[in-house]
Design a protein around this ligand. Sequence first.
Ligand SMILES: NC(=O)c1ccc[n+]([C@@H]2O[C@H](COP(=O)([O-])OP(=O)(O)OC[C@H]3O[C@@H](n4cnc5c(N)ncnc54)[C@H](O)[C@@H]3O)[C@@H](O)[C@H]2O)c1
Length: 368
Amino acid sequence: MPLSVGVVGCGAFGKHFIELIRDHPEVERMALCDLDPDKLAECSSKYEISECYNSLDDLLKTDLQAVMIFTQPWLHAPQAIEAMEAGKHAYTAVPIIMLPSGDEMLDWCDRVVETASRTGQLYMMGETTCYRAESIFCRRKAAAGEFGHFCYAEGHYFHDIEHNLKNVAMWRWGKDWDDSKRGGIPMHYPTHSTGGIIDITGAHMTQVSAMGYEMPNEDWHLPGGRYDNVYGNMVGLYRMSNGMVVRIAEMRRIGTPGLETFRLYGTAGAFERNFNGSIWLTLNGQEEVDLTEVSDPLPDALAANKGGHGGSHAYLVHEFVTACIEERQPLVNAWQAARFVAPGVMAYKSIQRDGELLDVPDWGDAPE
Ligand SMILES: NC(=O)c1ccc[n+]([C@@H]2O[C@H](COP(=O)([O-])OP(=O)(O)OC[C@H]3O[C@@H](n4cnc5c(N)ncnc54)[C@H](O)[C@@H]3O)[C@@H](O)[C@H]2O)c1
């Protein structure tokens, strides 16, 4: 049975998904929603979608079956919960939520898992890393047992704050922007560095000890204000549920081009990716991996133009649409999404306690 989908948030990121959702062969009806009438009108006209709403509340009163939320990251969890309570399946862009308070973030993880569990509605977090070609490649190697036992991994998100992130922060607040909202807590947005490793290994973080780096003459991550954090880079060392050790680096002060990826090592084989390419290694040597040759099946309309973030957008849409239709948990369901977010929250708590080893909470596996 085909699906009806509402998109909430036609901003810088959300608008890139509209065409993919509209053209998915299993989507029979689509609506758009944004508080900003100009953005709504622009997307409605450009993508020829006439069903439009000015507020999430109005959209939730309709009989649309599923809602894909691309609003500001501090709004995701409450909006996803509202949608599930209204009988809709819910998708949010990453993360589940991003707030200054780690305790509040963990509480929202709890509430999203509880709501998905109680209502039976599906929640999916749209982690782009899980659908990049390196993840597809490593999932296949893992399924074939070619890593052996996973023993070590490094996940990193390199995105210097000077690479447009200051502007992103300002436009997401719009007219509510003021200087007290500058800064951020890199480990409170950790899903690009944690997600791939957790997904591919099937393990989750159980403990963390972390440290922060404060740049000399820092002018963005400053004491006071909304975030009250001076560390532009945060690095955590984790113990995983399968015994492996993982290093996660969330870097906002690093003089490199952007990179969100991982290196994954097993007792029989390993995958490494850096700025120059990707390699598969074993005790017998190494081979270059051409990631442009790696893909999973997609409907024709989406395969032709997979969208941004390493072509992940099309897979995200396809996974959510098919999970709703098949009434199965998506790959990054509420339980798994909490496993992507909580390790970052606990890393920042460890940094605040001078690297103290802390337990990472876990909500268990999604029900079958
Ligand atoms: N690689 C990735 O996964 C990736 C990359 C970029 C952005 N993102 C995520 O995408 C999300 C959106 O980012 P963006 O840059 O597009 O932000 P944006 O500020 O450009 O867009 C957000 C839009 O949501 C709308 N909105 C807010 N509340 C609403 C409501 N109640 N009802 C209807 N519309 C509402 C706003 O008017 C705005 O147009 C963020 O959470 C961000 O974290 C993820």
